[in-house]
Design a protein around this ligand. Structure first.
Ligand code: AZC
Length: 801
């Protein structure tokens, strides 16, 4: 098979490098080394291969005096890095052969790596895909984030209920990072603002130090590597604690230590509800201030004219979480560097841009001004001056970042950014007409769209070797960094032999998943069933409960006529609920309860089963997506900003059943309406429907299947020991039903029966699946990043220079 070509290092040299690391770096004898030791040794050997191109990229950037992109994000949902590095360096053959020669099972060693789960979901995973694409494209860039000691919690189920345990990815050494004790900045909080000789001086009361840890991010073919710089909080030994100590204020003396320990300790596990917690604001300022100090230090080392800043520095705010970058940069430029205020503000705007990832009102960050002012007294003053300057420039309007005794981070980000982007065409239009409508009228050129994308290295080449092997065999390897080349497989789809190979890849991926499920969860499934997959965070707007209601109704239908020719289907769920989001946790439990009943039902279990796989993470996604037949993208239209899982599924040949929401709209446009199962109300219809006071009751009255499914839940069919267990869910769905589960049910049910019918015609199904693969090239994050580079950052690739 014409596999992707090899790196030039020989297997022998690579094996020697692994042994050298095992012996001299880890101090382990090969005869006693554990899997973890082998993994470390292999990781170090791979890392060695990255470092040279990493240095070369840095040198090129300095030599060219090039503009750098800085991606500020509270989340980077990275997953494992070992295989990613091996694949991008094209070391797969050597690594496998070397480990074999050393008597180790390569896949076992790869599987030993914990996921770096420094993110909640889509926003964090997007940041990770973007970093990889920035490196692949050779755009000089840094990711800045927090090195959380504990990433997203570990999920397990007890009696079907979600349990959370701390995640401890740093228990073992993290072989990819380099500690940089020399890159350390003091970050202040609280204190006083004073004026001296016309200068404003902020004297913080407390401080912590941010210490850098660098992880190289290698692009495709190892041609370029950028840096992910994560900050860890350590106690600063500044005058504050010594003074307190000398005064005998030991608690005060210990405060910096305590502060430091908590700030980078844990990722906030709630991705859609803003809780307004002080620690969260501290984390946000900690990341942002450390990043800006680092950016300016680097700038100063190369340039002596601050006026050049916007030409050399592009700072992207990943959602509003780092929005304090606006006032912080103005503070540095005005207070510390002496630029006139409005000039400082203009310069900051020219550097900054902001991506919005959600319109959900509960996710739009705002801080009580008291809390904000207590922690960041100077920044609160600057927010006011920003508002004044904005009002002066736009006299007829009263839009401001501080209002109703709150500091509003969306408004602040909008004002302080030269570009504001949405993440899908629909989402961007909704930004213009809803949350930012007034701002948009005032600044009609500021909002632009950048539809999300995913990296094809991780989400096809690495996670689906069977399909990527077939593709490379058919069209060569150019698709890996030019995903639109996938169109080249389209002419082959009508070739029965080729299509059979495509189908075989899917079949084998499904068999692998079935084996893995049997081994790890004890759930035995037949890989001939349709694998119907919904994997994402649990949220009412994502409507996992619509999916399980459909399963219940279908089960009832099958039970009434068990011998009919049903299409066998396995519904797979995975995803975490925010620990405080009780409704979402109820949905998890309901799905688990339903699974128990359905999977035990001998009348129906050959044709309908349900599995909720615990502890969803990037690695599990890499396992599930290549094995999926059907991708559930069923959010209430207008609520899912984009979705990125939807793209990964389409790319890997799963057909979508979905609403016209987020990037589903564009996926359907690209793959063709015939190759997509559409259902549900559009975003406009959703808004209209909500105006009907009893919309849910009407929908239930109109569809007896829905009524019967709800009744089964209410009667305790799935919770016989506690019939009332799900009254919150049934009350909601028969009452307010804000996310219109009832109103979309009937059309969803219809679409699912269409799916069933289509799945029976294997040739037709596989043709549709292959067309999804062939036509998903546009959803590469390389395309997205190329557009950010030209339309937002004005940044150039240096890869080929
Ligand atoms: C997510 C959106 O919900 C998802 O639709 C989108 O694909 C993703 O961002 C990447 O743009 N948002 C989040 O994960 N979190 C927040 C706060 O929006």
């Amino acid at each position: 098979m014409n596999m992707v070509s090899r790196n030039t290092i020989t297997t022998d040299d690579f094996r020697a490098a692994i042994l050298r690391h095992l012996t001299y770096e880890l101090g382990k004898d090969a005869s006693h080394a554990a899997v973890e030791d082998w993994r470390m040794a292999l990781s170090f050997a791979v890392r060695d291969q990255i470092v040279d191109s990493w240095f070369a990229a840095t040198r090129k950037t300095y030599d060219a005096g090039a503009k750098r992109v800085y991606y500020l994000s509270m989340e980077f949902l990275i997953g494992r890095l070992l295989k990613d590095g091996i694949i991008n360096l094209r070391l797969l053959d050597q690594a496998r052969e070397a480990m074999q020669a050393l008597g180790q099972d390569f896949d076992t060693v790869l599987a030993d790596e914990p996921d770096a789960a420094l993110g909640n979901g889509g926003l964090g995973r997007l940041a990770a895909c973007f970093l990889e694409s920035l490196s692949t494209l050779g755009c000089p860039a840094y990711g800045y984030g927090i090195r959380y000691e504990h990433g997203l919690f570990r999920q397990s189920f007890v009696d079907g209920r979600q349990m959370e345990a701390p995640e401890t990815w740093l228990l073992q050494r993290h072989p990819w990072e380099f500690e940089r004790p020399e890159s350390r900045y003091r970050i202040g909080f609280g204190g006083e603002v004073s004026t001296k000789a016309g200068k404003t001086i902020w004297t913080p009361a407390d401080s912590v130090d941010a210490e850098a840890y660098d992880t190289p991010v290698i692009g495709w073919q190892g041609r370029w590597a950028n840096t992910l710089r994560l900050w860890s909080a350590v106690a600063s030994d500044g005058p504050f604690d010594l003074d307190s100590f000398n005064r005998g204020d030991f608690a005060g003396a210990a405060r910096p230590e305590a502060l430091a320990r908590t700030i980078s300790r844990v990722l906030y596990p709630d991705d859609t509800t803003e809780q307004g917690k002080e620690l969260r604001l501290k984390q946000e300022y900690f990341l942002t201030s450390a990043a800006l100090k680092d950016i300016l230090r680097r700038f100063d080392s190369e340039h002596d004219d601050i006026g050049k800043l916007p030409g050399k520095v592009a700072i992207q705010l990943n959602d509003t979480h780092p929005a304090i970058a606006g006032p912080e940069l103005v503070r540095i430029l005005h207070d510390e560097r002496g630029l006139p205020f409005e000039e400082a503000m203009k310069m900051a705007q020219a550097c900054l841009s902001y991506t919005n990832h959600t319109l959900l009102p509960e996710a739009l960050e705002s801080w009580p001004e008291g809390l904000f002012g207590k922690l960041l007294p100077r920044h609160l003053q600057i927010v006011d001056r920003i508002d004044d300057a904005h009002a002066k420039a736009n006299p007829s309007r009263t839009l401001s970042a501080r209002s109703d005794h709150q500091v509003k981070m969306g408004e602040l980000s909008f004002i302080m950014a030269h570009k504001v982007n949405g993440v899908s065409a629909l989402h961007t239009e909704l930004m213009k007409t809803t949350v930012f409508s007034e701002f948009h009228r005032l600044h009609p050129d500021r909002i632009i769209n950048q539809t999300n994308g995913v990296t094809p290295r991780r989400w096809l080449l690495s996670c689906n070797p069977r399909l990527s092997g077939l593709i490379t065999d058919t069209i060569g390897e150019g698709w890996v960094d030019d995903l639109e080349q996938l169109k080249g497989i389209e002419p082959h789809i009508s070739d029965a032999g080729w299509l059979e190979r495509y189908a075989a890849a899917k079949r084998d991926n499904k068999a692998d998943l079935a084996n893995w499920m049997a081994k790890t969860t004890g759930v035995k499934v037949d890989p001939a069933m349709m694998f119907d997959v919904q994997i994402k965070r649990l949220h009412e707007y994502k409507r996992q409960h619509l999916n399980i209601l459909e399963a219940i109704a279908h089960w009832q239908e099958i039970k009434a006529n068990p011998s009919a020719d049903w299409t066998p289907r396995l519904k797979i769920f995975a995803g975490k609920a925010a620990p405080g989001y009780f409704f979402a946790k109820d949905i998890i439990r309901l799905i688990n309860d339903v699974a128990k009943v359905l999977n035990a039902d001998t009348d129906t279990r050959d044709v309908l089963q349900v599995a909720f796989l615990p502890n969803y993470n990037v690695t599990l996604a890499e396992r599930l997506i290549p094995a999926a037949d059907l991708s559930e993208q069923i959010s209430t239209a207008g609520k899912e900003a984009s979705g990125t899982g939807n793209m990964k599924f389409a790319l890997n040949g799963a057909l979508t059943v979905g609403t016209l929401d987020g990037a589903n709209v564009e996926i359907r446009d690209h793959v063709g309406a015939d190759n997509f199962f559409l259902f549900g109300m559009t975003a406009d219809k959703v808004e209209e429907r909500r105006l009907i006071p009893d919309h849910a009751a009407q929908a239930i009255a109109a569809d007896p299947r829905l009524g019967a499914a709800l009744k089964a839940i209410r009667d305790g069919v799935f919770s016989p020991d506690e019939p009332g267990r799900y009254h919150n869910i049934t009350d909601n769905l028969t009452g307010p039903d804000y996310f219109l589960v009832a109103s979309d049910f009937t059309d969803y049910y219809r679409a699912q029966r269409e799916v069933d019918a289509a799945f029976k015609d294997k040739t037709h199904w596989m043709t549709m699946a292959a067309l999804n693969t062939a036509r998903s090239g546009w959803f590469s994050s390389d395309r997205t990043i190329t557009d950010y580079m030209s339309q937002i950052w004005d940044a150039k690739s240096l890869r080929d220079s």
